[in-house]
Write a protein that binds this ligand. Sequence first.
Ligand code: PNS
Length: 159
Amino acid sequence: MRTAVCPGSFDPITLGHLDVIERSAALFDRVIVCVLVNGGKDTGMFPAERRLEFVRLATEHLPNVEAARWDGLLADFAQREGACALVKGVRCGSDFDWEYQMACINRGLLPGLETVLLPASAQYVYFSSTMAREMIKYGQDLTQYLPAPVAQILRKGKD
Ligand code: PNS
């Protein structure tokens, strides 16, 4: 069984993330979406447990996808789960530059751990979690940018 990890902050998960997760689920037998807390500090807009809940709701329709939270090194998580690959989406050159560095670091930490970079689908190239957080702050509806159950919860929270 080939296991892949889709890592990220997911603060919050967007349709762009979900697109990468769905495409990973078609490539690998088992996919673990890993919500990471960088440096052990839970400093996002949404606490890690909430981000994890959003990921679980958004991926409920994918039978070979599970979700987990991890507070340490991604390579340690991949080793614990027996994963052969990390999968990340790339939208532009600066994403690639960053992900290339991360891929080298992670392969150095865990030899044999490959990073698979999926080009973002065109409709998601111009959106990010950073933009989602900004729109949430200003009370905007995010139906066209976030997975339906997540957008619905955020809309209800506003009423
Ligand atoms: O959603 P993002 O910002 O693209 O996610 C980045 C993330 C969380 C995947 C990355 O920062 C990460 O892997 N953090 C965990 C700590 C780690 O393993 N760092 C790399 C070695 S120093």
